[in-house]
Design a protein around this ligand. Structure first.
Ligand SMILES: Cc1cc2nc3c(=O)[nH]c(=O)nc-3n(C[C@H](O)[C@H](O)[C@H](O)COP(=O)(O)OP(=O)(O)OC[C@H]3O[C@@H](n4cnc5c(N)ncnc54)[C@H](O)[C@@H]3O)c2cc1C
Length: 376
């Protein structure tokens, strides 16, 4: 990994050394944008390293091949976790190691242990404030992800719950009787591992994620989870409560009570696990963007702010219309779009990005029908 010690001005400062930051950096290199740096508050792949030990990718990895099909979990052309890790469903730790291997092989300009506190713009220059210094940049790519910014509000007493993002290992959790709030991927994953540890689990969700008929895995559960839900320990130990909105959590002595909006009460001796999602790091730069009605950042067709030209968003928080880019195989589609916009603004031809088309990736815009078809 090369390290860069200057303070700029850089053509681009990328914030976050995860899947999105690295993928964007590779696309920048393909576009001929070399004068950039990746600022990473911990080390490359830190969020994946922090996944619960038992959690594995739900999206399967299968090697990229020569006829234009790229591994679902690949962050860039020429890389395949299936090929390098020899596993179909990598653990977080394995995937973090894969990312570090890419950073090293590509000599990506990562600066580890550099926490970004604030981004501002004056004139044409961005000022990226870290714990120790301020860097200048012509463009910024915000790719700081969401895992390190778990959702911590939603109902009174949420502070009594434990967010699944803070669980190092489900095997090591004490207790026999768990309530999990949130029944999408993380909630089902938690219930699955607890059930295999012979724990009783009740999963509460305000909607009915197990009954969704959508073909989009950003909305419905993945086949990986559906298969695991049919395994005997899950069927025996896990009770799924759909349309059960949690109104409050209270502590009664050593126990906890979960009260629902329709007046039901569930007692549990263990702090409820909250699998309710993430606020996302993009909140840190929201003053540089307009907001959509759903609170996500409003982006133009190049994933750039509509009010502060030059700052771009990469990663799972990208939204366009009703499209949710929350998996690698979705948000990587936007890396070349962002790199091309930046290269064009720097007067570079970006010819090296043409190869992205052959791998089915976007270069210009959103090339989809935008309707309720199986692909959209
Ligand atoms: C349990 C779980 C299972 C998942 N399974 C899958 C799956 O099967 N397939 C899939 O495609 N996706 C999956 N995802 C989603 C996947 O984790 C995200 O797509 C991915 O982590 C997003 O990558 P990212 O680079 O945007 O964010 P991250 O991986 O979080 O990377 C962001 C980086 O930015 C750094 N950072 C944060 N704030 C700052 C700051 N202020 N200054 C400097 N650096 C900062 C962090 O240290 C981190 O390294 C899963 C997520 C979870 C939580």
């Amino acid at each position: 990994m090369t390290s860069s010690s200057g303070t700029g001005p850089y053509d681009v400062v990328v914030i976050g050394g995860g899947a999105a930051g690295l993928g964007a950096s590779i696309a920048l290199l393909h576009a001929g944008v070399e004068n950039h740096v990746i600022l990473e508050r911990k080390t490359v792949g830190a969020s994946f390293d922090a996944w619960p030990a038992e959690t594995r990718f739900i999206t399967p990895s299968f090697p990229t091949n020569s006829i234009g099909m790229i591994d679902l979990n690949s962050i860039g052309i020429g890389f395949s976790p299936a090929f390098s890790l020899q596993v179909e469903h990598p653990s977080g730790e394995e995937f973090a190691a894969h990312l570090r291997g890419i950073a090293e092989f590509m000599e990506l300009p990562v600066r580890d242990h550099t926490n970004v506190k604030r981004v501002t713009k004056s004139g044409d220059v961005f000022h990226v404030e870290t714990d120790g210094e301020t860097l200048e940049a012509r463009h910024v790519i915000w790719a700081a992800g969401e895992f390190q910014y778990p959702k911590l509000d939603g109902f009174p007493g949420i502070e009594l719950c434990r967010h699944t993002a803070t669980v190092a290992s489900y095997d090591a959790l004490d207790g026999d009787d768990f309530v999990v709030i949130g029944g999408y991927e993380s909630g089902v994953d938690a219930a699955y591992h607890l059930a295999w540890n012979e724990k009783r689990v009740r999963v509460l969700d305000s909607e009915d994620p197990w009954g969704s008929e959508s073909s989009d895995p950003s909305i419905a559960l993945s086949t990986y989870s559906l298969e695991r839900m049919r395994e005997e320990p899950f069927e025996e130990k896990v009770e799924l409560l759909a349309n059960t909105r949690v109104a409050a959590v209270t502590q009664k002595g050593d126990a906890f009570e979960v009260e629902t909006a329709d007046g039901r009460r569930f007692q549990t001796p263990v702090a409820p696990l909250f699998a309710g999602g993430f606020d996302g790091s993009h909140k840190l730069v929201r003053d540089l963007f307009e907001l959509r009605e759903d609170g996500f950042l409003l982006l133009n067709e190049h994933d750039e702010s509509t009010v502060t030209p030059g700052i771009f968003l990469c990663g799972p928080a990208v939204r366009h219309d009703n499209h949710v880019f929350c998996f690698i195989y979705k948000y990587r589609q936007r890396f070349a779009v962002v790199a091309k916009a930046i290269a064009t603004s720097l007067g570079l031809p970006a010819e090296g990005l043409e190869q992205y088309r052959q791998w089915g990736m976007y270069l210009d815009d959103l090339s989809c029908c935008g309707e309720e078809c199986a692909a959209c």
